[in-house]
Write a protein that binds this ligand. Structure first.
Ligand SMILES: Nc1ncnc2c1ncn2[C@@H]1O[C@H](COP(=O)(O)OP(=O)(O)OP(=O)(O)O)[C@@H](O)[C@H]1O
Ligand SMILES: [Mg+2]
Length: 225
């Protein structure tokens, strides 16, 4: 479960104080998926970065699966993130020095699993996502949609409790958007992974359990409007 209470986030740039999030609240139950839309600069990525422990709120309180982030030391945050959080970014951030199966296996290798076991599990996920025949390719040789499916496999391989997807279909055509979105939705539902999905695509968010519009630093329920 994700509980965000009165989250504030401001950035100070020289003499300018930018308030991005302002007393933002959000409750997400286990196995729910949530969509967040909002104009560019409204704070969607900032919110995902806070939930993903990549940034710290200026005020307020974040609890995930009964763990209060305010209680975690820096090194505990790193471990929590590694064990519980999967990230999919708009520009996938695959590593070109490694082939597809190695990219997907990386989170398991970093958590201390054997190479053989990690590669084998990576191939299970590639198979699930319909790209097992590209397992030895370098990421740069794949299409945008294929690259995003590799990024999904990499985010899901450690079976995270939370999946954060920051415009994962932003650079894709209609067909690939559908494939990538449906893959994320299906796999997160099957594995009971809470998914938070930031996107500009209105048609996608309507298919999710909850959807919110980011406005004035807060989330406004969008589905029931
Ligand atoms: N490190 C930072 N320092 C200063 N300002 C920042 C920083 N990171 C983000 N911001 C500001 O916070 C605001 C929200 O940015 P954010 O990336 O969360 O928006 P977004 O909703 O994800 O936009 P987009 O749809 O374009 O991805 C922007 O005005 C941005 O300039
Ligand atoms: Mg963004």
């Amino acid at each position: 479960m994700i509980i965000l209470n009165d989250i504030g986030k401001e950035y100070i740039q020289g003499k300018t104080n930018v308030i991005v999030l302002n007393k933002l609240c959000l409750h997400v139950n286990y196995d729910e998926n949530v969509g967040i839309i909002g104009p560019s600069g409204s704070g969607k990525s900032t919110l995902l970065n806070l939930i993903g422990l990549l940034e710290q709120p200026s005020s307020g309180n974040i609890k995930i699966c009964n763990v209060d982030f305010n209680d975690l030391k820096e090194e505990e945050k790193v471990i929590f993130r590694k064990e519980n959080i999967g990230f999919i970014f708009q520009n996938n951030q695959l590593l070109e020095d490694f082939n597809v199966e190695e990219n997907v296996a990386l989170p398991l290798l970093m958590n201390g699993n054997s190479f053989r076991k990690s590669i084998s599990k990576a191939n299970d996920y590639l198979n699930l996502l319909g790209i097992s025949d590209r397992n030895k390719f370098k990421p740069g040789l794949l299409s945008g949609g294929e690259q995003q499916r590799v990024a999904i496999a990499r985010a899901l391989i450690k079976n995270p409790k939370i999946l954060l997807a920051d415009e994962p279909t932003g650079s894709l055509d209609h067909q690939n958007t559908k494939i990538v979105f449906n893959s994320i939705r299906k796999l997160s539902k099957e594995n009971k992974i809470i998914t938070v999905f930031a996107t500009h695509n209105l048609n996608l968010v309507k298919l999710l359990d909850k959807c919110f519009l980011m406005e004035g630093g807060k989330l406004i329920d969008f589905k029931n409007k």
